[in-house]
Design a protein. Structure first.
Lengths: 325, 371
C-alpha cells in the first residue's frame, strides 16, 4: 500500500478509541498524530533509513551511454552461482540508468527457474513518473540471457522492472535443497514489519507519555500497517526475530494500484468520520446503515461504474505506440 | 505553466507542466489544466451543489472541534511522504545516507524556517497595521513566486517555440476522469479544512489515487484549484453552514453576509456563468501570453514579472513588505536548489495555524520571544 493508505489507516485506528476522540475534541492532537505517524513508520524506516545503511556484495552500474543487457544478465547469474558455490548469501544491487534530469532507461530482469537462466531486456525510456517518454521508444529485442548453474526459487515476481530513482536489491540465499532463493529487496518488511518489534515503540510511547492509550494506538497503527501489507504479494516477516523469512502475502492486491489505495483511504476516512460523529455531542441524523449506504456503497457503485466505462474505451493509438517496446 | 521553465540543474522535480513547456506544448498543458477545472466545475454544480446543504452542515458540526489534529496530520504526512531522490549509487553506509538525506533535510529546514517566518508575521509583524489584511502576501510572493523567476533569470533558460494548438490525443476521457476525481477530492478537502491549500489537497489526493501520468496530473491540478477556490468561496453561501474560506469570501463578507437559500442558488448560477466566460477566455489569453513570451523574450518577461511583483509588494506593504519578501525568497530558493518539495514552504501558514487551532500558538510565540 502507498504511504497515505497506511497513514489514514493509522489515524482510523486512533479514532476507534472514544477517549482519543474526546481528547481530540478538547484540543489534544497527540493520539491522532501517533496513529498517523506510526501507521506510516515501518516504510519510513525501511525506505529512508535502513535501505541506505545496508551493505551489498555486488553492484551493477550500467553505462548510461551504452547500457549492456548482457553484462547485467551475467552479473545476476554470477550472484546466484556464487551463492551456490560459496554456500553463503550474496547481496546484489541493480542500479537504475539515468539519462537526463527526468529520463531513465528502463530494463527488465527475469529469473527463469524452468530454463535455469537470467534474461535482461532493455525497455522504454521513462520519466520519473514511470511514463514512457514521447519520441523515445524502447528496444524491440527479446533480450539476452545468461545461464545459471543451479535451480533458483523466486520469492516475489519472476520479472523485475528497474526504471526510476533507486534500483532494487536481491539477496541470493542458498537453500538446503541446493536451490538458491532470490529474495527481492531483502531490507524491506523485515524487522520493521513484525508484530513482535511493534511492541517496542508501543511500550516506549506508553512509558514516555505515561499513557496506556498512547501505547495501544501505536501498536494498533503498526499492526494495521503490517496486516494491510500482508494483502499484497511480498508479505512481511511477521514475527521477527522469532522467524527468519518474510511470510508470503495473500496476493489480493498490488500495492501501487489506484483502486486498493483509494478504497483504503476512503474507508479509513469513513471510519474516522463515523467515530467522530458517534462521540460528538449532537443528535445523530444518520444510523450506521444509512452511513454505510451513502458513504460506502453508493460511492463504490459510482466508482465501479466509472471504471467499467473507462475500461471499455479503446486505447488511443499514441498510447499503445508509446508503451509497446 | 508558461512562466516556470526548469533549468538543466533541476533534479527530479521537473513538473509535468514544465515538461510540456520545454517540449513546445505549453498550450496543451494549459488546456489540460483548464479541462480539469471545467470538469470539476460541472461536478461541483451537478453533484456538490445539491448535496452540500444536506451534508456539509452536519459534517462541519462533527469535524469542527477536530480540525486542529487534521491540520497536524496533514503536516506530518507532508513531511513524512517526501521521497529521497539521491543516494542511488555506491556502497551502503553513512556517506550514502547523508547523500540521500540532503534534499530531505533541506525540505525539513524549509518547513521549519517558513514556519518561523509565519510566527513572526502573525505575532510581531514588521508590516504596518494599515496593511494588516495583506500581512502574508509578501511572504507568499517571496516563498513561491520570486524563486522560480530568479532561477529563470540566473539559468538564462529559453523555451522552445510553442505550438498554438492542443497536441493530438492529449485530451482523453480517462485522464480527465481520473484527474478530476483526484483533484476534486483534494480540492474539496483543502477547501473545508483551514490552512490546507489546493496544492496540498492535490498532493494528498494524488497519493490516494496513485496518480502517475502527466495528463491526469495536470487535469487534477486544474480540478483541485477550482474546487479549492470556487468551492471554498461557495461555502459562504451554503445554507446552515455559512463559513468563510479564502480572501474572496472575506472581502465579500465585509459588505454582504448571505443568509438566505436563494443566495446559494444565485451563487451557484454565478459560478456557472463565470466558469463559462473563463473557459471562453482561456484559449485566446494563452495564445496571447505565448505570443508575448516569443515577442519579448522569456528573460525579459521574467524581469517584468519580477519588477511587477516588487512594485505591488512595495505599494501595498511598503519597505517592510519588501524585506519580508526577500527573506521569503531566501527560504523559497532552498527547495529549488536542493531538489526538495516546494510545498514545504507552506509551513508559513500551516505551522502557526496548527499551533493556534490546538491552543498552543500563544505559548510557542512567547517561548520564541515574540510576545
Amino acid at each position: 500500500m502507498k504511504g497515505i493508505s497506511h497513514f489514514a489507516a493509522g489515524v482510523a485506528v486512533a479514532s476507534c478509541f472514544p477517549e482519543a476522540v474526546r481528547q481530540g475534541a478538547a484540543g489534544n492532537p497527540l493520539y491522532f498524530i501517533l496513529g498517523g505517524v506510526f501507521g506510516i513508520l515501518p516504510d519510513t524506516l525501511d525506505f529512508k533509513f535502513y535501505r541506505f545503511l545496508r551493505k551489498h556484495d555486488m553492484e551493477v552500474i550500467p553505462d548510461p551511454l551504452r547500457p549492456d543487457p548482457k553484462l547485467i544478465a551475467e552479473a545476476v547469474a554470477l550472484a546466484v552461482n556464487r551463492a551456490r558455490v560459496d554456500g553463503r548469501p550474496v547481496n546484489l544491487k541493480l542500479d537504475t540508468i539515468r539519462l537526463a534530469a527526468d529520463q531513465w532507461q528502463s530494463y527488465e530482469v527475469t529469473l527463469d527457474p524452468a530454463k535455469k537462466e537470467v534474461r535482461v531486456r532493455l525497455g522504454p525510456v521513462v520519466d520519473t513518473g514511470g511514463n514512457p517518454v514521447a519520441g523515445k521508444r524502447g528496444g524491440k529485442d527479446k533480450g539476452v540471457s545468461a545461464p545459471l548453474l543451479c535451480d533458483v526459487k523466486v520469492e516475489y515476481t519472476a520479472t523485475t522492472k528497474v526504471d526510476i530513482l533507486d534500483g532494487p536489491t536481491f539477496r541470493m540465499t542458498p537453500l538446503a535443497d541446493r536451490r538458491v532463493l532470490a529474495e527481492f529487496i531483502p531490507w524491506h518488511r523485515e524487522w520493521s514489519h513484525s508484530f513482535v518489534t511493534a511492541l517496542a515503540p508501543a511500550l516506549l510511547c506508553g512509558f514516555l507519555f505515561r499513557d496506556l492509550l498512547a501505547g495501544l494506538i501505536v501498536f494498533g497503527a503498526l499492526a494495521a500497517h503490517i496486516l494491510a501489507d500482508q494483502l499484497g504479494f511480498l508479505g512481511s516477516n511477521l514475527f521477527f526475530p522469532f522467524t527468519r523469512r518474510r511470510k508470503e502475502g495473500l496476493k489480493l492486491v498490488h500495492s501501487d494500484r489506484s483502486a486498493p489505495n483509494l478504497a483504503t483511504v476512503w474507508l479509513s476516512c469513513l471510519v474516522i468520520f463515523w467515530n467522530l460523529y458517534r462521540v460528538a455531542p449532537l443528535r445523530p441524523h444518520y444510523n450506521i446503515l444509512q452511513f454505510a449506504v451513502f458513504g460506502a456503497l453508493l460511492p463504490a457503485a459510482a466508482f465501479l461504474l466509472l471504471r467499467r466505462c473507462l475500461n471499455r474505451l479503446p486505447p488511443r493509438r499514441s498510447e499503445t505506440d508509446a508503451t509497446t517496446p | 505553466v508558461l512562466l516556470a521553465a526548469p533549468d538543466e540543474s533541476a533534479l527530479f522535480t521537473v513538473l509535468p507542466g514544465q515538461k510540456y513547456l520545454m517540449q513546445g506544448q505549453g498550450y496543451t498543458a494549459v488546456i489540460l489544466t483548464t479541462a480539469g477545472g471545467a470538469a470539476a466545475l460541472l461536478a461541483l454544480l451537478a453533484v456538490g451543489g445539491p448535496l452540500a446543504p444536506a451534508v456539509l452542515p452536519a459534517a462541519r458540526r462533527t469535524l469542527q472541534p477536530h480540525m486542529h489534529w487534521m491540520v497536524w496530520c496533514v503536516i506530518c504526512f507532508m513531511l513524512l511522504s517526501e521521497w529521497p531522490k539521491e543516494g542511488r549509487l555506491g556502497q551502503g553506509g553513512m556517506a550514502k545516507f547523508r547523500q540521500a538525506w540532503q534534499s530531505l533535510g533541506v525540505g525539513l529546514a524549509a518547513f521549519g524556517l517558513s514556519g518561523l517566518l509565519g510566527f513572526i508575521l502573525l505575532y510581531r509583524s514588521p508590516i504596518s497595521h494599515a496593511a494588516a489584511f495583506q500581512n502574508l502576501m509578501p511572504a507568499f510572493v517571496g516563498l513561491f513566486a520570486v524563486p522560480s523567476l530568479l532561477v529563470n533569470l540566473a539559468s538564462r533558460v529559453n523555451i522552445p517555440r510553442q505550438a498554438r494548438a492542443c497536441m493530438p490525443g492529449s485530451l482523453t476521457a480517462s485522464s480527465i476522469l481520473r484527474g478530476t476525481l483526484a483533484g476534486a477530492l483534494g480540492g474539496g478537502f483543502a477547501g473545508f479544512v483551514p490552512a490546507v491549500t489546493g496544492g496540498v489537497g492535490g498532493m494528498l489526493a494524488g497519493h490516494a489515487t496513485a496518480l502517475r501520468d502527466d495528463r491526469s496530473f495536470l487535469v487534477s491540478q486544474g480540478a483541485s484549484k477550482l474546487v479549492y477556490y470556487v468551492g471554498g468561496f461557495l461555502l459562504l453561501f451554503v445554507p446552515g453552514l455559512w463559513i468563510t474560506r479564502g480572501g474572496g469570501a472575506w472581502l465579500l463578507k465585509s459588505v454582504y453576509a448571505p443568509r438566505m437559500e436563494r443566495d446559494y442558488w444565485m451563487a451557484l448560477a454565478s459560478a456557472a456563468i463565470g466558469g463559462a466566460v473563463a473557459l471562453a477566455l482561456v484559449s485566446p489569453l494563452t495564445r496571447a501570453t505565448i505570443r508575448m513570451l516569443e515577442t519579448c523574450g522569456y528573460r525579459r518577461v521574467s524581469w517584468a514579472a519580477l519588477a511587477l511583483m516588487a512594485v505591488l509588494v512595495a505599494a501595498v506593504t511598503g519597505w517592510a513588505g519588501l524585506a519580508v519578501a526577500a527573506v521569503g525568497t531566501g527560504i523559497g530558493l532552498l527547495p529549488i536548489l536542493y531538489g526538495s518539495r516546494r510545498m514545504n514552504c507552506l509551513g508559513v501558514i500551516l505551522l502557526p495555524i496548527a499551533c493556534n487551532l490546538s491552543g498552543v500558538g500563544g505559548r510557542v510565540a512567547a517561548w520564541m520571544g515574540l510576545l
